[in-house]
Ligand binder design. Structure first.
Ligand code: 5RP
Length: 225
C-alpha cells in the first residue's frame, strides 16, 4: 500500500453514519473517496458527500455516494482533503490540483477539517511549492505583470503548450514561485486585497487534524487552537 492510500483509508475511518462530508480533490483524496465508496457499499454507511471539484463529484457518484451541492446542505460535519505543503504552524498551500476555490469554500463551512498527506509535504516554511492564485481572466495579464514587479516570479498554469489551464469555475491560475514565504498571514491578506484575484492557495490555520503517511504507518497530529 502506498502512503497516499494509507492516509486516505485512515481518514475515511473518521467518517460516521449520518455525516455530511466534504470530499477533497487530488491523488490522495482519491483514495479516501474510494474507501468511503467501499464503506457505503459494504457497511451501508449513510453519508452525504459535498464535492470540491467535478472530478471528485464524478468519482463519488460512480461509487454510489450520495452527493449534494454545497448550497443544498445545512452544514458540513467534516472535510477530508489533501495538501501540497503544511508548515509546523498548520498553515498550508493547496491548489496543486487547481481546485483551491471550491476547497476553501467547503473547508470554511466545515466543522472539522482533516488533511491527508505523505511525509514529504511537511515543511519548515511554506513556499517551495508554487503558490496557486486563481484569477479572473479579464485583466489577468495586468495582474501577471503586477506579480512580476513584486518579484513573485509568476507563471501561468498551462493545460497544453498554448492553452491555459482553467479551473472548474472557468478562471485561470497564476502560480507564484516564491521559494520561501516568511509571513503567510501577511501574504494572504495582500492577495485577498488584490483586485482580480478570486482566491489563493494559502490555507492558514484552517485544519484541525493532519494525517501524515510515514513508512511505518499513519501519524496523526492535532492542531490545538
Ligand atoms: C487540489 C489540492 C490537492 O489537495 C493538493 O494539490 C494535493 O494533491 P495530491 O494529493 O494529488 O498531492 O489542493 O487543488
Amino acid at each position: 500500500m502506498n502512503l497516499k492510500e494509507m492516509v486516505g483509508i485512515k481518514a475515511a475511518s473518521y467518517v460516521k453514519d449520518g455525516m455530511t462530508v466534504g470530499l477533497g480533490t487530488g491523488s490522495t483524496a482519491y483514495y479516501m473517496i474510494e474507501e468511503l465508496g467501499r464503506r457505503v457499499k459494504e457497511e451501508n454507511l449513510d453519508i452525504v458527500g459535498v464535492p470540491t471539484s467535478f472530478a471528485s463529484k464524478e468519482q463519488a457518484e460512480a461509487l454510489g455516494i450520495i452527493i449534494k451541492d454545497i448550497d443544498a446542505v445545512t452544514h458540513i460535519d467534516l472535510t477530508i482533503d489533501g495538501a501540497d505543503e503544511i508548515s509546523q504552524t498548520f498553515h498550508g498551500i493547496k491548489g496543486g490540483g487547481a481546485a483551491l476555490l471550491f476547497e476553501k469554500i467547503v473547508a470554511t463551512y466545515s466543522k472539522e477539517v482533516i488533511w491527508i498527506v505523505d511525509d514529504s509535504k511537511m515543511v519548515e516554511k511554506l513556499g517551495k511549492f508554487p503558490l496557486p492564485v486563481e484569477v479572473v481572466p479579464y485583466g489577468q495579464e495586468q495582474l501577471f505583470r503586477l506579480f512580476q514587479e513584486k518579484g513573485y516570479n509568476p507563471t501561468f498554469r498551462m493545460e497544453t503548450e498554448d492553452q491555459l489551464r482553467k479551473t472548474d469555475s472557468g478562471h485561470s491560475i497564476i502560480d507564484l514561485n516564491l521559494d520561501v514565504i516568511e509571513d503567510p498571514i501577511a501574504l494572504a491578506l495582500e492577495l485577498d486585497q488584490t483586485v482580480g484575484v478570486v482566491e489563493h492557495g494559502l490555507f492558514n490555520n484552517m485544519v484541525n487534524t493532519v494525517i501524515i503517511g510515514e513508512a511505518h504507518g499513519p501519524k496523526v497530529i492535532e492542531n490545538i487552537r
